[in-house]
Design a protein around this ligand. Structure first.
Ligand SMILES: NC(=O)c1ccc[n+]([C@@H]2O[C@H](COP(=O)([O-])OP(=O)(O)OC[C@H]3O[C@@H](n4cnc5c(N)ncnc54)[C@H](OP(=O)(O)O)[C@@H]3O)[C@@H](O)[C@H]2O)c1
Length: 249
């Protein structure tokens, strides 16, 4: 299968590209971003790097024909492009909304209309949002209220798009809490994060778990429309155990 990863140059994106090219179920991975995504190094099988193509785009509202051609024939798309809450502090609300909301909806619409190898199967579209976002626009969260409402609106509009697509798109929203890299455990940072996340009731999930969950759902099918933090941890953990057992046998 062919997988598109939008926002492949970021924290989750780079880890996802690495695991995706190593998946036997995935034959081609396109990483889309505003800059080049590096080809993963030191893979178990270096030949897997050939599955990866980095595509740079300079307009996420109007895709060029060249970019569209490179995105054609995909089976699934994982959308990671967004301005995260800490980065949003230095930008205007309008700019943050344009990148998080308008780019996502324009990308979904564009990719869903591109030619596909197997038109009979819906495009699987995964939108990675956050645990504390709010879809109900009458309920403003007390921390990062406007931002959480805006990300909740993106979730609703992605789901609405899929519902109105006559079966062309199947959507899944992931709502992770803090995504922690178990390979980079700085005790002091983790301790500070633990206090901060418990203060705002933000759960934690590991980077290898969310990446494994995304690849599990992209290749095997969507379990349910919305995956909460606990679902992401559960599916990811099961997938990682399954892979370990397969290696042992
Ligand atoms: N990290 C966490 O703990 C966490 C927790 C919960 C939810 N999430 C969500 O998970 C998703 C991925 O997060 P992440 O941690 O991987 O974020 P990240 O490292 O900041 O990556 C975000 C991606 O979006 C791209 N991007 C940002 N602004 C852009 C713009 N103006 N034009 C084009 N591309 C732009 C970045 O490109 P550049 O590399 O060029 O900047 C990067 O590829 C986000 O939706 C985030 O809200 C993350």
């Amino acid at each position: 299968m062919k997988l598109i990863i939008v926002g492949s140059s970021g924290y989750v994106g780079k880890a996802l590209v690495r695991q995706a090219v190593s998946s036997p179920a995935i034959t081609s991975v396109v990483g889309l971003g505003r800059r080049e995504t590096p080809v993963p190094e030191n893979l178990d099988d270096p030949a897997d790097a050939a599955k990866f193509t980095s595509v740079v785009c300079d307009d996420f509202l109007n895709y060029s024909d060249d970019v569209k051609q490179k995105l054609s024939n995909a089976d699934a798309c994982i959308w990671l492009m967004a301005v995260t809450p800490n980065k949003s502090a230095t930008m205007s609300g309008d700019e943050v909304r344009k990148i998080c909301l308008e780019y996502t909806l324009a990308g979904l619409e564009t990719i869903s209309k591109l030619p596909r190898g197997n038109e009979a199967k819906p495009l699987r579209f995964f939108y990675v949002s956050g645990a504390n976002t709010e879809r109900d626009q009458t309920k403003k969260p007390w921390v990062m209220g406007s931002y959480c409402l805006m990300r909740g609106e993106v979730e609703s509009r992605v789901l609405e798009f899929a519902k109105n697509s006559n079966g062309a798109v199947e959507a899944c929203i992931l709502k992770p809490g803090l995504i922690r890299d178990s390979q980079r455990g700085y005790m002091l940072i983790n301790a500070i994060q633990n206090i901060a996340t418990s203060f705002i009731s933000l759960p934690i999930v590991y980077l290898n778990q969310i990446v494994a969950t995304l690849l599990n759902q992209a290749t095997k099918g969507i379990e349910k429309e919305t995956l909460e933090n606990a679902d992401i941890a559960r599916i990811g953990q099961e997938e990682l155990i399954e892979r370990e057992e397969a290696l042992e046998n």
